[in-house]
Every structure is written in C-alpha cells, then in structure tokens.
Design a protein around this ligand. Structure first.
Ligand SMILES: [Zn+2]
Length: 295
C-alpha cells in the first residue's frame, strides 16, 4: 500500500512538473512571437515613409535628420488622420525630393517652436513640447525610437544594389500570375550582366536555383532580415552558404532567369522579415540610391 502511494505521488509530481514546464515554454514562445510581431509592425511603419521626406531631411539636416523626420512624419500623420487621406503623401512620380521641411512652415506656432529648438541644437530628449498635441508627440517619439532601433535608412550601413541609377517603380503588392500571388519586392531594370552588390552585411543563406527566382542569392542580414536577389544571370562563384557579406560585396550579375524568362532583364529585390512577412523595399532603395549617386 505504502509503495503504491509513493508511486502515485511520484507520477503526480511528474505531471505537475510537465504542466508547469509546458506553460513556461508557451510563455517564452509567446514573448518571442509578440516580439517578432512588434518588430514587423515597426519595419512596416518605416517602409511606409515617403523616401522624399527622408532624403529631404538627410540633405538639409544631416546631423540630426532623425529628429526632424520624426516630427515631420508625426505632423503628416496627425493632419491626415483628420482628413480622408490617412497615409503619408507618397510621391513616386517625381524623383526630385520635395523639401518637406519647408512644407511645414505654415503649420502652427508650437510645432514651429519645436523645430526652432532643433535648429538651435536642443537634443530631442530635451525638447520643450509645451502645448503640442500629445498624440503628435507620441507619434514623433515612436518614429524617433524606430530610427534609433533600425538603421535601415542609414546610408553608411546599407547601400543601393547597383553601381548605377536605374529604372524602378513601386510595384509591391501588384498582382502576379493572374492574381494568384502578389509581387513581394521591387524590380530594378538594367542591362543583362549589370553587377549586383549586397545592400547589407550578413551571411549567404541560400544560393542557386529556385523555380520563381531562377538563379538567386539570399543573404541573412546582421539585422535578422532576409535579403533576396533573384533572376540573376550569373552568381559570384566565390560565394557559398555561410560566406560573410559586407554592404557592396559583389553577388552576381543581372539577368532574367526563373519566372522572369519572358520579361526584360531585371533584379528582383526582396526583404523578408524574420516572421515571414515581406517588406516593401521601395523607400529604402530610393534613399540608398540618392546617397550613392548624390554625394
Ligand atoms: Zn519582381
């Protein structure tokens, strides 16, 4: 009898321990899932910023462009949420950057005072927000923290994948294969054989043929994102899985392999977030391109 009691106790303890362990694992997993969800939301917010705005402030306020950009974005988002247009104004037709900074000179005095403070080198964290709409401040803080956390608009950390300017438009989300799937990247058009360079640092994760991409190179960035270069004509022979990559390293040459066989030669460039979501690379490309060719 005593023996059975002892065994039952042992089994019971084991079950309790297993339940607790699985709850703990579930808890840890949930933290991980929530983190990657938040990160994806952050990157999607960055991808939605018009490149003209970033270029404009990087050009006119190189020392603290993140401060100005955060406040300008917050102004646009706060103003547009009052109107029917709830998105940032994206001007894809005009390649000349609009001077966003001067666009806001007509807005209210409190906001002008914020910008005057930045002009006189008050640090962002010491700004006097007296009288400014708290919603606007919250949005500005959100973007300020994004720029700090994800340096994807920093031209010294990332770079344009070609050694020349080329034709590309924002076709992210356009229908492909008669609407069966969506376009999950940006197509950059240039002649066959045009060299393609890595935009980021990281490690080669995938290499060679796949059905849609043809000859492709996939680089796992140091930032955790997956950078995808497809339809290459040739791949740099010195690359193999695990090769360390720096921004500007030669990956291969432009072509039309894979499902691009019937289209003009182009690079399909994609950015996949760690949670599997694809990011629209258009704004980042425009900013990197500006810095590569307008210094
Ligand atoms: Zn494409």
């Amino acid at each position: 009898m005593k023996n059975i009691d002892y065994r039952l106790k042992k089994i019971f303890t084991l079950i309790v321990v297993l339940i607790l362990l699985s709850l703990l694992l579930k808890f840890i997993w949930q933290i991980f899932v929530n983190q990657s969800k938040a990160q994806a939301k952050d990157y999607q917010s960055l991808a939605a910023i018009p490149p003209e705005l970033i270029i404009s402030v990087q050009k006119t306020k190189p020392g603290n462009w993140q401060d100005y950009a955060s406040i300008l974005i917050a102004i646009f988002l706060t103003h547009s949420s009052n109107s029917a247009e709830a998105e940032l104004p994206m001007d894809t037709s005009n390649s000349k950057p609009k001077d966003y900074y001067y666009l806001i000179l007509s807005t209210d005095l409190k906001i002008q005072f914020l910008l005057t403070q930045l002009d006189t080198h008050v640090a962002y964290k010491n700004l006097d927000w007296e009288g400014v709409d708290p919603e606007l401040r919250k949005k500005a803080n959100y973007y300020r923290q994004l720029f700090e956390k994800y340096p994807i608009f920093e031209p010294d950390k990332y770079q344009f994948p070609l050694a020349q300017s080329c034709y590309y438009t924002d076709t992210y989300g356009a229908a492909r294969e008669g609407g069966a799937r969506r376009h999950e990247g940006t197509d950059l058009f240039a002649a066959k054989g045009t060299p393609i360079y890595s935009v980021s640092s990281g490690k080669v994760e995938r290499l060679g043929w796949n059905r849609l991409g043809g000859e492709r190179v996939g680089v796992r960035g140091e930032d955790g994102n997956y950078y995808y270069y497809a339809h290459l004509d040739t791949i740099n022979k010195s690359l193999s899985i695990g090769t360390e990559i720096k921004p500007g390293d030669f990956l291969g040459t432009m072509g039309n392999t894979g499902d691009a066989l019937t289209t003009p030669d182009h690079l399909h460039f994609g950015i996949e977030l760690p949670n599997g979501e694809w990011l629209n690379p258009y704004s980042f490309l425009k900013v990197w391109e500006y810095h590569k060719f307008n210094q």
